[in-house]
Design a protein around this ligand. Structure first.
Ligand SMILES: CC(C)(COP(=O)(O)OP(=O)(O)OC[C@H]1O[C@@H](n2cnc3c(N)ncnc32)[C@H](O)[C@@H]1OP(=O)(O)O)[C@@H](O)C(=O)NCCC(=O)NCCS
Length: 157
């Protein structure tokens, strides 16, 4: 059973490790080794994540039996950022549960549209969650070029 809750400081090392493992095991199927090295060369320090999470409106944690299996940042304007599921728990509906929680948060605060910048890996999954591609963005990150799909989901009134 997947449970969703808000993050606490003690989650940070686990999220840092989860992110690293997911990029090198899952995203690596869709990106070149050079891109993966730029994206996630090491487990980012806790201070990096603490600062990120403090900037977000909310960070949601997905757990199965008290083990963290996913997390996502949500910003008050409907921006969904840093959406990662544990590499050993892909395709089990965890991403969908996290997104449902984000949609609930958006509904409670009157946000009518969610948007995100999707990785190649994320695109078909976010499409299944009701997002549509509305544009494309090419950006350089730590010396590698990444092409992200801009995706949006209109929320029911
Ligand atoms: C994107 C991500 C978070 C999705 O999480 P997930 O828990 O695997 O997703 P779910 O299991 O909830 O699946 C969501 C939908 O995508 C579908 N899906 C799952 N794997 C899929 C695949 N390989 N191809 C196409 N669709 C797929 C599921 O069937 C489901 O749709 P359905 O409910 O209509 O059947 C996860 O794949 C991930 O961590 N990717 C790597 C990190 C990343 O790129 N994050 C996005 C950054 S923008």
């Amino acid at each position: 059973m997947v449970a969703i809750r808000e993050y606490r400081d003690a989650d940070i090392p686990i999220c840092a490790r989860l992110y690293y493992d997911t990029v090198i095991n899952i995203n690596a199927r869709d990106y070149t080794p050079e891109q993966i090295k730029a994206w996630s060369p090491e487990v980012w320090p806790d201070s990096f994540w603490r600062e990120r999470f403090q900037r977000a409106h909310k960070v949601f944690i997905a757990e199965i039996e008290n083990n963290i299996v996913g997390f996502s940042e949500y910003h008050a304007d409907g921006h969904v950022d840093t959406f990662y599921v544990h590499h050993e728990h892909q395709g089990q509906g965890i991403g969908k549960r996290l997104m449902q929680r984000i949609e609930q948060e958006a509904a409670q605060t009157g946000v009518k549209k969610l948007y995100l910048e999707a990785s190649i890996t994320g695109r078909p999954r976010f499409a299944r969650m009701g997002f549509a591609i509305v544009g494309e963005e090419v950006k350089e990150y730590r010396g590698a070029i990444f092409c992200q799909a801009l995706m949006e989901k209109q929320l029911a009134p």
